[in-house]
Design a protein around this ligand. Structure first.
Ligand code: FES
Length: 194
């Protein structure tokens, strides 16, 4: 009877060690399983959210051209505006989203930028070099070279041509970036399209 006590104690210690090892093993399995499961979950989340994130492409300043492409001669020059666009889950590269006219007064490094769309009904205006005027071929709206309507009382367009902002910092480096926006037509106020 006296001989059996150390065996019981020894057996009890071994059993306790095995329990600890088993617990640690199960804990590691749970942690590793959690990490392994989280990776595909997070990857899936990125894939799901990515198009929503990229939908913002095309907003903000877009590169249009270089300053050298707009001589300082007072003549407005036409440039298409393109950007990458995300529609639902597809990505389209260099999609045209509109156009601008850029113009520099003689001797000036400042740029004037106008949206090329007529605010009356959305036709593209032309720049008449001889008359130094913008003319809309659709319903005969005429604008000064600055974009102001020549005859506001009789002009079909309810407002002047829409001005757009040029990034002054990038312009100093010779690059023309425009904060491009399209606006609703047939409204006296300049209201940005959604
Ligand atoms: S769309 Fe330009 S005048 Fe009508």
């Amino acid at each position: 009877m006296a001989d059996s006590t150390p065996d019981v104690a020894e057996h009890s210690e071994e059993s306790s060690d095995e329990d600890r090892r088993g617990f640690v093993t199960r804990l590691l399995a749970v942690v590793c399983g959690g990490i392994a499961g989280a990776v595909p979950f997070l990857s899936g989340l990125v894939v799901i959210l990515d198009p929503l994130r990229r939908r913002a492409d095309g907003q903000g300043f877009l590169r249009v051209t270089t300053l050298d492409s707009v001589p300082d001669d007072g003549i407005a020059r036409y440039f298409p505006v393109v950007t990458d666009r995300t529609d639902a889950w597809n990505r389209y590269l260099d999609e045209p989203i509109g156009a601008v006219f850029l113009r520099r007064e003689p001797g000036s490094s400042e740029l004037e930028c106008l949206n090329a769309i007529c605010p009356h009904a959305g036709c593209f205006v032309d720049f008449n070099i001889a008359a130094k005027q913008f003319q809309c071929p659709c319903h005969d709206s005429n604008f000064e070279s600055t974009g102001k309507r020549l005859n506001p009382d009789s002009c079909p367009s309810p407002r002047d041509l829409d001005t757009l902002e040029v990034d002054p910092e990038r312009l100093k480096a010779g690059e023309v970036f425009v904060n491009f926006k399209n606006f609703l037509t047939a409204t006296p106020e300049k209201v940005e399209k959604e």
